[in-house]
Design a protein around this ligand. Structure first.
Ligand code: SF4
Length: 484
C-alpha cells in the first residue's frame, strides 16, 4: 500500500534531466573567430540547449552579434556566420529555467559604456545576486533581464578603475558564487574563474590565436592545442599587449564541482590532466569494490554511465554488454494519445535490447540518482524484457541537497532520498539489490578540494536562503529540472 502510494505521487511530476547552466567559448586573433566560436559552442552543446549567441569584432568596433533560442545548429546558418566578421569574440550556450528564456536573457549580454562595447558570457550562478541587484537598483541602476550575469556586468562597469584587469578585479570583489566568465572589453578578451573554481575554464592556442572554453573538448574540434586550466580565482587578459595573467583579490578553498566529473562534462574533456572518462572508470571500479555481486552482464544507462559501467565490468570480470539504447534525437516529439506522457517520454528515449538481457542476471550501472523517476521506468523495461535479476549500482552517493552553483536541480522535497524511505527503496525501484558509491570513495577519486555539497549538504559558501526565496518567487512558472 505504501509503495503504491509512493509510486502514484512520484509520477505526478514530469520527467526532466539535471541541466548544466551554460557553456562559454572565446577566440582572440582567429582569422575566422565566428566559425571557431560556433564549433566551440557546438562541442559544448550538452551544457545548454535552449539558446546560443556570439559577438565578434575586428577591433573596438564595429561589433557583430547574433543570438537566438534553440540548438547551436538552429541558431546559426552558414549565411549568418559569414556576416559575423571579426578576429575576436565570445560565445555562449544557454540553459534557462522556464519563464526566463526571452531574448534579453540570451548571452553574451552586451552594453556600451563610455564608448566601449563590453560583452559577457557566464557559466555558473551568483548566490548573492538578489542582494547586489537590490542595492544597485536603489542606487538607480536599470536592469534589462532577470539574469544574475547582468549583475556581474553592472559591477564591472561600476568600477572606477580604467585598466581592464583592475576593472574586473574590482567588479568581482563582492560577487559570490560560481562564475566562469569570458568578457569582451573593446578589442581585448578576458577569462576569469571564481575563487572556488566551481565551473571549469581552460585556455587553448592555435598558431597566433588564443581560445578560452568551459571544456577542453571544444579545443579539439577546432584543432587548437590545450595550454592550461585556469585556476580558481585566476584570470587572463589578451589584448594587443599580449597575454597577461592576473588573480582576483579574494581567496577561497578550491571547490570544483564533483558532478562535472560524475555526470555533466563530456568524457573526452580533461580536468587536472585526466579525462572525465578516466574519472568515471575509476568510480565504476570502486563501485564494484564496495558493492560486488555475481551476475551475467554489466550494462550502462547511456551515455553518461558508459565509463562507470566499463569500470565496474573490468573490476568484476563480468562481461559488459549493451542492454539499453538511447535515442539521441528526442526533441519535441509527438506523444501518442494511448500513452501516458511519462511512459512515452522514457520509451522515446530508451529501449532495451531484449535478447541481451533475457533470462540474465544483470548489473545496471547509472551515474547518479536525483528524483529516481527515469531509472525506475528503465528498471521496469528490463523486467518486461525478461531480466532474471536486476542489481542496480550507482557511481555516486544519493543526491540529497540542491545545488546553488550552476546546476538546475529539483526542490529538496522532490529528491528520491526525501520521498522514499531507504528500507523500501529496493522494492520501490523494483531491483533485487541496490548499491551507492560511498561519499568517502567519491572524495578519494575526484579529489578532496571539490564541492560535493549536493551529496553531503556541506556547502562551500554560506547560502542566504532569504535571497534564494526572493529569486525563486520571481521565477513564475518555474519548473526546473531534474533527472533519472
Ligand atoms: S552542489 Fe553538487 S552540482 Fe552543485 S557545485 Fe556542488 S557538487 Fe556540483
Amino acid at each position: 500500500m505504501l509503495i503504491s502510494k509512493l509510486i502514484e505521487s512520484f509520477f505526478m511530476k514530469k520527467i526532466f534531466h539535471l541541466k548544466e547552466k551554460c557553456g562559454v567559448f572565446a577566440a582572440y586573433n582567429s582569422p575566422h573567430a565566428a566559425q571557431d566560436i560556433y564549433l566551440g559552442l557546438y562541442a559544448q552543446q550538452h551544457r545548454g540547449q535552449e539558446g546560443a549567441g556570439v559577438i565578434v569584432s575586428n577591433g573596438s568596433s564595429p561589433h557583430y552579434t547574433h543570438k537566438g533560442t534553440g540548438l547551436v545548429t538552429e541558431v546559426f546558418s552558414d549565411e549568418i556566420l559569414q556576416k559575423l566578421e571579426g578576429k575576436h569574440g565570445i560565445g555562449h550556450v544557454r540553459y534557462s529555467t522556464s519563464g526566463h528564456c526571452g531574448s534579453n536573457e540570451i548571452q553574451p549580454l552586451v552594453v556600451t559604456h563610455q564608448n566601449t562595447i563590453i560583452a559577457i558570457a557566464h557559466n555558473g550562478h551568483i548566490t548573492n545576486a538578489a542582494k547586489l541587484k537590490r542595492e544597485m537598483e536603489l542606487n538607480g541602476s536599470l536592469f534589462t533581464s532577470s539574469s544574475d550575469t547582468e549583475v556581474i556586468l553592472h559591477k564591472i562597469v561600476h568600477s572606477k578603475s580604467k585598466a581592464p584587469i583592475q576593472k574586473i578585479q574590482d567588479g568581482l570583489k563582492t560577487v559570490e558564487g560560481a562564475y566562469s566568465l569570458v568578457i569582451k572589453l573593446g578589442n581585448a578578451i578576458a577569462a576569469v574563474r571564481d575563487p572556488h573554481g566551481f565551473r571549469p575554464l581552460h585556455l587553448g592556442k592555435r598558431d597566433d590565436a588564443w581560445f578560452f572554453a568551459s571544456e577542453t573538448c571544444a579545443f579539439d574540434i577546432i584543432g587548437a592545442e590545450y595550454v592550461c586550466e585556469i585556476g580558481p580565482g585566476e584570470g587572463y587578459l589578451i589584448s594587443p599587449r599580449g597575454l597577461e595573467s592576473f588573480k582576483l583579490h579574494i581567496t577561497a578553498t578550491p571547490s570544483f564541482c564533483a558532478f562535472e566529473l560524475v555526470y555533466f562534462s563530456r568524457p573526452d574533456s580533461y580536468h587536472k590532466s585526466k579525462s572525465t572518462h578516466s574519472y568515471r572508470l575509476e568510480l565504476g571500479r570502486a563501485l564494484y569494490e564496495e558493492h560486488p555481486i555475481e551476475a551475467d552482464i554489466v550494462t550502462a544507462v547511456p551515455d553518461s554511465s558508459n565509463s562507470a559501467a566499463l569500470g565496474y565490468a573490468s573490476a568484476s570480470g563480468i562481461p559488459l554488454d549493451i542492454g539499453l539504447i538511447r535515442n539521441h534525437y528526442t526533441g519535441r516529439t509527438f506523444i501518442a494519445p494511448h500513452q501516458s506522457t511519462r511512459e512515452s517520454k522514457v520509451r522515446q528515449k530508451f529501449n532495451v535490447i531484449g535478447d541481451a538481457v533475457e533470462n540474465k542476471r544483470i548489473v545496471v550501472v547509472d551515474d547518479s540518482i536525483v528524483r529516481g523517476t527515469t531509472c525506475r521506468k528503465i528498471i521496469s523495461l528490463f523486467r518486461e524484457n525478461g531480466a532474471k535479476e536486476i542489481h542496480f549500482r550507482i557511481a555516486s552517493p544519493m543526491v540529497s541537497h540542491p545545488c546553488y552553483f550552476g546546476i538546475d536541480m529539483p526542490d529538496r522535497e522532490e529528491f528520491l532520498v526525501n520521498k522514499v524511505p531507504r528500507n523500501v527503496l529496493n522494492s520501490f525501484l523494483g531491483v533485487d539489490s541496490l548499491g551507492f558509491l560511498s561519499g568517502e570513495t567519491l572524495k578519494r577519486v575526484v579529489g578532496e578540494n571539490t564541492c560535493r555539497a549536493c551529496f553531503t549538504g556541506d556547502y562551500p559558501i554560506h547560502i542566504n536562503h532569504a535571497d534564494e526565496r526572493i529569486e525563486k518567487a520571481k521565477e513564475t512558472n518555474h519548473a526546473p529540472y531534474a533527472h533519472l
